[in-house]
Design a binder for this molecule. Structure first.
Ligand code: HEC
Length: 102
């Protein structure tokens, strides 16, 4: 019982100092397969109708995603819709993934 209490205390302590969310490219890839690749292509290089997003910086990608989410960018309704479905953590994971592609 003491051990259980101790591990709970350690765990709670770790959670307190851990960042809210560490962006994870592997999780981002899985999300991209579901939500982005139909339009942006498997490699994120886009096509005639969709811009390339692979290899852009974290800053650029985050800015674009936030603009779709807050309604600043409205040029493509489907893109805006896709962005608005994402949580902040999911957005960070996706940005991490696409920024690592070349
Ligand atoms: C229905 C097709 C579609 C889907 C699904 C889609 N996108 Fe897009 N995306 C577009 C189009 C079209 C544009 C260009 C629109 C514009 O100019 O604002 C775009 C633009 C973007 C941009 C901005 C690129 C730039 O250079 O300005 C980013 C970043 C982006 N998409 C990321 C994503 C991510 C991440 C997902 C998955 C959650 C996703 N998109 C899903 C069609 C789509």
């Amino acid at each position: 019982m003491d051990r259980l209490l101790l591990s709970l205390a350690v765990c709670a302590g770790l959670l307190c100092i851990a960042p809210a969310h560490a962006a994870d490219a592997a999780v981002g890839k899985a999300l991209a397969e579901e939500a982005c690749m139909d339009c942006h292509g498997e490699d994120g290089k886009g096509d005639d109708t969709t811009p390339a997003i692979a290899g852009k910086s974290v800053e650029e990608l985050t800015k674009a995603m936030k603009e779709y989410q807050d309604g600043t960018r409205t040029k493509d309704a489907k893109m805006a819709k896709a962005a608005k479905k994402l949580s902040e953590a999911e957005t960070a994971d996706l940005v991490q993934y696409y920024s690592t592609l070349q």
